[in-house]
Design a protein around this ligand. Sequence first.
Ligand SMILES: *Cc1c(COP(=O)(O)O)cnc(C)c1O
Length: 395
Amino acid sequence: MPGFEIFDESEKAQVNEVMNKGFTFRYNFDGIRNGVWKARELEQMICDTTGAKHTHLVSSGTTALTTALMAAGIGAGDEVIVPPFTFVASVEAVVFAGAIPIFAEIDETLTLSPEGIEAVITPRTKAVNMVHMCGSMGKMDEIKALCDKHNLILLEDACQATGATYKGQALGTIGQVGCFSFDSVKTVSCGEGGAVLTNDTAIYNNAHMFSDHGHDHIGLDRGAESHPIMGNNFRISEMNAAVGVAQWKKLPRILETQRRNKKALKEALAQYPEITFRQLPDESGDNAGFLSFFLPNETRAQEVVAALGKEGVPAVFYWYGNNWHYLKNWTHIHNMTSSAKLPIELIEDRPDYTQIQTPKSDAIMSRTISMLIQLSWTEEDIQSRIDAFANVFTK
Ligand SMILES: *Cc1c(COP(=O)(O)O)cnc(C)c1O
């Protein structure tokens, strides 16, 4: 997954262009920036690649989620369906928007299942936060149809799925609004950064205004701009956007390398009858940042994780035991612990998060192991992983 593995002179040259010729702020200062507009340039590149009508860059994937929620009109008291398997930001963003996260079950796509979503829809449901975990998608035809049927906003958290597609359509552009993360360990890195994608011009206008204190971004005089809405400062800097410009040009190479490396590993693992693979509704669109597979049961999965550890295989993830990616271990979410009183505390009939159960998801995640697919792997690195699996599964 990590684009940082292929940082080279091109990222430095882009940043230097900002420092030597342009300016650090993404808006205005036309007189001193000599036509250098890195955030704008990257936004256009993302639109060209994904087919999104609008892209708005922000400071992180998390602020992209907050911006997307606010821009799409998802706020106080609205229920937003979220998965128990995700990076915790997908849930925190909902809480800080004043909305109510409602956990639903995942399936063997490792993302929310259509049945799981349908089971928790209520009259208060406003949106589904569809998280495309580990580079790939869920059953998007069914999920899109379900959202349309119930008049729900489909928000795609594609923070881990930059470059992935479903039936030719970029993940992040299938629902009303989508988000990418460009943090230090994502497929494409800006150091820190994120993007909101949408085909809806009203959502786009809300997004760029909300992420910059409501500025309407009309005209050349920032001081004279009007502020149709209140907002926040989630702006990306031109230096971060510059890193992203260099990285985005490498996206085809990143995808090709990940897909090749993943294929080699997956083919080698397919011979072990105990292993089954994550369901991929459109395998050709997988960004291939991870290889995820299932063992027959939790005990065996833990044995295999331990054995791979002994073999010295790095970047093996057992999410079920990890503190940041699975609901079971999120004590602060169970208790809604915060440094200050949260909007959700004003909602009397809010869920008791200490009691939330997702048994179907537990049954899947307790058997799931993922391996990070890296760009820097040599043939020997791949072979050493294949050999390690042979030691674990044939001994
Ligand atoms: C990384 C990530 C985020 C948050 O992105 P940041 O840029 O780190 O704020 C949100 N959702 C998912 C699924 C992620 O993996």
